[in-house]
Design a protein around this ligand. Structure first.
Ligand code: SF4
Length: 287
C-alpha cells in the first residue's frame, strides 16, 4: 500500500532566516573577488551552512573580528549584532550585508530609543544568545537581562529610574514571558510591557500539534543543534507514538516506510530542499 505523506501547514524557514540565506547567496554571487564572512553561523543547520561555505562563505565569531581582512564583505546574521561590532567593521572599511531580521531590528530600535529617553530596559532571554548580546549593546548601562521567573523574583530595580520597559528575545518562551511580566508588574506597577516574541515558533508548534492526531508517525526535520527543531521534536513525542528527528532523508529509519500515514514538520532553519528530499524519499520508497 502506498504511503501517505502530509506536511504540517506551517514548516521550515521563517521569514528572517530565508531572507538571511538569500542575502548571503547574493553577497557571495556579487563579490567573487572578496572574502565574504558570516559573523557567527548564519543558520542553525549544518547542511545549509556547508552549502554556503562550499560557495566561499567564511564563518568568524564575534570575538574574532581581528581575523577579518579590511574591505571584506561581512554578513550580519538574522540575530543581529551590537552597534560596537558594526563600528569595528566600519573601521575596517568592510561592506556590511545586514541580514538582521526586521523583527530583531525593531527590538534594537525600541531599546535604543527608550535608552536615549533615559528609560531602564529589562529584556527576557538567554544570556548566551546572539540576539540578546546584540540588543544589550543598544542599551548602555540602564539595562538588565532576566532569564526566567526565578530571576524576576530576585530582581532589584536601581534607584532613581525614570521609567521601565520590558521586552523579550524574539524566540523566548511565551508562558515564561507572561510569568516574568506578572512578577515585574507587581514590583513595578508603571512597567511598560512590549511583547516582542516572534509568532514563527508558535505557528510551527501549533501546525504540528494539529497534524499529530491524524498520522501514524511524525518526522521532524532540522539541525540537531537547532533549539526550535528540538522543541518541535519534544511536542511531537508528547502527541504521537512514532516520532523521529532527522537532519536529512538518509536518516529516516526503515520502520517509517511501513507506516500508512506519515506527517512531516521542520524547524525554522531547515531549507526547503531538505524537506522536499524527505518528502520525496518517503513517497518513492516501495517496500
Ligand atoms: Fe525573525 Fe522570527 Fe525568524 Fe527570528 S524566528 S529570524 S524573529 S522571523
Amino acid at each position: 500500500m502506498a504511503i501517505q505523506v502530509v506536511k504540517a501547514n506551517v514548516l521550515g524557514f521563517c521569514f528572517g532566516v530565508r531572507r538571511a540565506v538569500e542575502l548571503a547567496e547574493k553577497a557571495l554571487l556579487e563579490n567573487p573577488e572578496k572574502n565574504v564572512y558570516s559573523l557567527g553561523p548564519l543558520i542553525h543547520n549544518q547542511i545549509a551552512l556547508k552549502n554556503l561555505c562550499d560557495k566561499g562563505m567564511i564563518i568568524v565569531n564575534e570575538d574574532e573580528i581581528a581575523r577579518i581582512k579590511n574591505e571584506s564583505v561581512v554578513i550580519i546574521r538574522a540575530h543581529g549584532c551590537s552597534p560596537d561590532i558594526l563600528r569595528e567593521l566600519e573601521k575596517k572599511s568592510c561592506l556590511i550585508v545586514d541580514a538582521t531580521c526586521p523583527r530583531v531590528k525593531n527590538s534594537q530600535k525600541i531599546v535604543e530609543k527608550k535608552t536615549n529617553d533615559d528609560a531602564f530596559v529589562i529584556l527576557t532571554g538567554d544570556s548566551n544568545h546572539g540576539e540578546v548580546k546584540g540588543i544589550a549593546g543598544f542599551a548602555k548601562d540602564n539595562f538588565a537581562l532576566i532569564q526566567n521567573a526565578d530571576e524576576a523574583e530576585k530582581f532589584v530595580l536601581p534607584v532613581d529610574v525614570k521609567s521601565v520597559v520590558l521586552l523579550s528575545q524574539t524566540t523566548f518562551n511565551v508562558s515564561e514571558f507572561e510569568n516574568v511580566s506578572k512578577i515585574l508588574t507587581k514590583m513595578i506597577p508603571s512597567l511598560e510591557i512590549i511583547n516582542s516574541i516572534c509568532p514563527a515558533t508558535k505557528e510551527r508548534q501549533e501546525a504540528l500539534f494539529d497534524l499529530c492526531d491524524s498520522v501514524d508517525g511524525i518526522i521532524v526535520i532540522g539541525g540537531k543543534n537547532s533549539a526550535n527543531t528540538i522543541r518541535l521534536f519534544k511536542i511531537a513525542q508528547q502527541n504521537c507514538k512514532n516520532v523521529i528527528h532527522v537532519e536529512s532523508a538518509c536518516e529516516i529509519p526503515q520502520e517509517f516506510f511501513a507506516l500508512e500515514k506519515v506527517g512531516i514538520t521542520a524547524g525554522a532553519s531547515t531549507p526547503d530542499e531538505i524537506i522536499q528530499e524527505v518528502y520525496a524519499s518517503l513517497l518513492n520508497c516501495q517496500l
